[in-house]
Design a protein. Structure first.
Length: 371
């Protein structure tokens, strides 16, 4: 296929000017280096070649920009990270101390907030793990286990609930991503264009993935019964907020009276429900072998292994299986001081998930040995 625009080089422009003058007149023929005529031709050739290159670079950007703008196909925003925080006090509670949704921790300039409520019950010193997310998007929001530890000075409360003295992230925060890259948008746009009929499963998936914050989606036809389509969507937390659920429903079903903005993706006569993932929890027991000469302490090795396991597991999409060999590789690659890892639980080589399931970690038990 022919190029839509070919940039002429300095030499090509200079030669074309010179040949034009030779063909037109015999009086302008001093093309020696340093001569006035030659200098003028070189100046024109230099400026013209630079202008052509600038125009070509702008054209390469303008074409995809105009296509995306015409389809209202903007880049997806980045995503927040998600993890769990445990709140504690130094003595057993004599009353119930509530931890409301929105309890915040500031760590290295980044705010993390609980997205569900919790409490420390009477007789306990610790809350259960409470699901939390970063306030902003980006990879910098991903932190390893125990990075938040207010009692040790790592992080501080933004709004400390009564009776709560400290907080620690007992799981890694992962899943934080930057804005969609250009190559990712190209891939998503191709999927979108190939499914413009919209009603097929591929079209519904493409539509849901266009929603900011949605990381993976699966579609079950004739579920829960004939004529129904069940959409399972994951926003990275394992839950799906009611606001995000409504946004997806409006996009797929369409909004009567506002079909210009929400024309809908589903076929006529089809019923749609949007659901959060069914969480499949996996407990893991592993022995991590540390090189004896490594400066890693056993506690550091344990935290590194836990973070590696959680980062791997939390990156899985709906319907993807948990693969033991991949987890072992993730642990080995987490630090040069780790020589090997053996996973005894689960005993199987993989844990398979159905299309509606999302695998998350339950308890993780790490034993450290040295070699």
């Amino acid at each position: 296929m022919a190029e839509i625009y070919v940039v002429k080089t300095f030499d090509q422009i200079y030669t074309a000017q010179k040949q034009y003058l030779i063909g037109k007149t015999s009086s302008l023929n001093n093309f020696n280096d340093g001569g006035r005529l030659n200098t003028i031709l070189e100046a024109v050739a230099l400026v013209s070649s630079e202008m052509q290159e600038d125009f070509f670079q702008a054209l390469k950007k303008a074409i995809p920009t105009s296509v995306y703008n015409g389809w209202d196909f903007s880049k997806k925003a980045g995503t927040v990270s998600a993890g769990k925080i445990t709140f504690s006090r130094s003595s057993s509670a004599l009353e119930v101390f509530s931890i409301p949704t929105g309890t915040g921790i500031l760590l290295d300039g980044i705010k993390y907030f609980t997205i569900e409520s919790g409490s420390i019950e009477i007789g306990n010193q610790n809350s259960l793990e409470i699901l939390s997310t970063s306030e902003i998007v980006g990879e910098l929001t991903n932190i390893s286990v125990n990075s938040i530890n207010t009692i040790s000075g790592f992080g501080s409360f933004l709004n400390q609930p009564a009776g709560i003295e400290s907080a620690i992230n007992t799981t890694a925060f992962s899943g934080g991503t930057e804005e969609e890259s250009e190559s990712e948008r190209v891939s998503r746009f191709r999927d979108y264009v190939t499914s413009l009929a919209k009603a097929p499963v591929s079209g519904i998936i493409s539509g849901v993935l266009s929603v900011n914050g949605i990381k993976s989606v699966t579609v079950a036809e004739n579920s829960p019964s004939d004529g129904w389509v069940s959409i399972y969507a994951d926003d990275g937390t394992g839950n799906l907020s009611s606001a995000k659920q409504t946004e997806i429903e409006n996009l797929i079903k369409g909004v009567e009276g506002d079909f210009e903005n929400y024309p809908g993706y589903k076929a006529a006569g089809i019923y749609v429900q949007v659901l959060p993932p069914n969480i499949l929890y996996v407990s893991i027991e592993s022995t991590v072998v540390v090189i004896d000469s490594s400066a890693l302490t056993n506690t550091e090795a344990e935290n590194i292994a836990i973070t590696a396991i959680q980062n791997y597991t939390n990156s899985l999409k709906l319907g993807e299986s948990w693969i033991k060999s991949e987890v072992i590789t993730a642990i080995q690659n987490a630090d040069p001081g780790i020589y090997d890892a053996v996973i005894s639980v689960p005993a199987t080589d993989q844990v398979a998930a159905t299309s509606s399931q999302l695998i998350k970690t339950n308890t993780i038990t790490i034993t450290v040995s040295r070699t």
